[in-house]
Design a binder for this molecule. Structure first.
Ligand SMILES: Nc1ncnc2c1ncn2[C@@H]1O[C@H](COP(=O)(O)OP(=O)(O)OP(=O)(O)O)[C@@H](O)[C@H]1O
Length: 301
């Protein structure tokens, strides 16, 4: 597997505040990574450091297996981390032509990239006539002009309406399907779940989880149970090797599973031990509940 970027104990301090705290993770070619965390968790600062616009305090990062220095490596990176800066009175194509000149890439890429973001038919429209979503899509086209090995996006759908959000997500999927590695920062779990294959969850600059998006949702779920003899119920559940945690709240016992188990199995086990249940249901936490637990937030109403 080809490593695009690796971070090792990367840290940024602003005075007494540690914005990014010993962050380590690896980005492999061909995947779509999300850095997911609440506002102020250090996502933008992390992206800023690896893009050389924020000075790191300590730790390391290496582009492309460490074989290329950062300055050279960044020529193979496409990034949008601030509001796109285009000239309002120039057309989409004219703005991109200017970017081609700055990046020293041939202008014949312009139509190809405008096509990817669905703006080819608006290439001769002035930038000032574009909606926010179109402006964002033009920024993506611009970041793609040098055929980057990785595309980096900071909150790519911020401020867009649902249709604009949908279009950007579709474009990200299309770019990823073409083989470009993608790293995006988002505070939206839903976005990461829909678009990314891998996720790094951070809070207060610290990594809480990194791995495939699917794996975060791979818990085996839990049972909610009730019986006349609640004390015996809890004792029997604690003694069961397939259960890792038992708690009671408002007269309902919750038993978290450490291996797959269906409701019939636990019912039979308890019945054999002389206990009849008055209530039994199996549940699984949604990804959202797990994310909120990890980041210690309370669900909004
Ligand atoms: N230039 C700076 N000077 C001082 N503190 C900063 C600076 N930039 C960021 N911070 C602080 O560092 C922490 C992380 O900020 P950062 O912008 O990286 O978070 P974020 O996860 O990207 O959040 P958001 O989604 O709100 O942009 C925050 O507490 C922020 O106030």
């Amino acid at each position: 597997m080809e490593t695009i970027l690796s971070l090792k104990d990367l840290t940024k301090k602003y005075g007494a505040l540690t914005a990014v705290d010993k962050l380590s993770f690896t980005i492999e070619k061909g995947n779509v990574y999300g850095i997911l965390g609440p506002n102020g968790s250090g996502k933008s600062t992390t992206l800023g450091m690896v893009l050389n616009v924020v000075n790191k305090t300590s730790g390391e990062f290496a582009w492309f297996n460490g074989n290329t220095d950062t300055h050279e490596a960044l020529k193979k990176v496409g990034a949008i981390i601030e509001h796109p800066n285009f000239y309002p009175y120039m057309t989409a194509a004219q703005n991109l032509a200017l970017v081609c000149k700055i990046k020293d890439v041939p202008k014949d890429k312009i139509d190809e990239k405008l096509e990817i973001v669905g703006l080819l038919d608006r290439k001769d429209s002035k930038f000032r006539t574009f909606s926010l979503g179109m402006k964002q899509r033009l920024a993506i086209a611009s970041a793609l002009l040098n055929d980057p090995k990785i595309l980096i996006l900071d909150e790519p759908t911020n401020g867009l309406d649902p249709q604009g959000i949908h279009q950007i997500r579709e474009i990200i999927r299309k770019i990823a399907a073409g083989g470009t590695t993608i790293l995006l920062a988002s505070h939206l779990l839903d976005e990461v779940e829909k678009v990314c294959s891998h996720v790094v969850i951070i809070r207060n600059g610290k990594k809480l989880y990194s791995g495939p998006v699917d794996a975060i949702n791979a818990s085996h779920g839990f049972f909610e149970l009730q019986a006349k003899n609640m004390k015996l119920l809890q004792e029997l559940l604690i003694a069961h090797p397939g259960i890792e945690n038992v708690s009671e709240k408002e007269n309902i016992v919750t038993a978290i599973l450490k291996e797959p188990m269906d409701a019939e199995t636990i019912n039979e086990y308890l019945f054999e031990k002389g206990l009849s249940l008055s209530y039994l249901v199996k549940r699984k936490e949604s990804l959202e509940e797990q994310f909120l637990t990890l980041t210690n937030q309370t669900p909004s109403a």
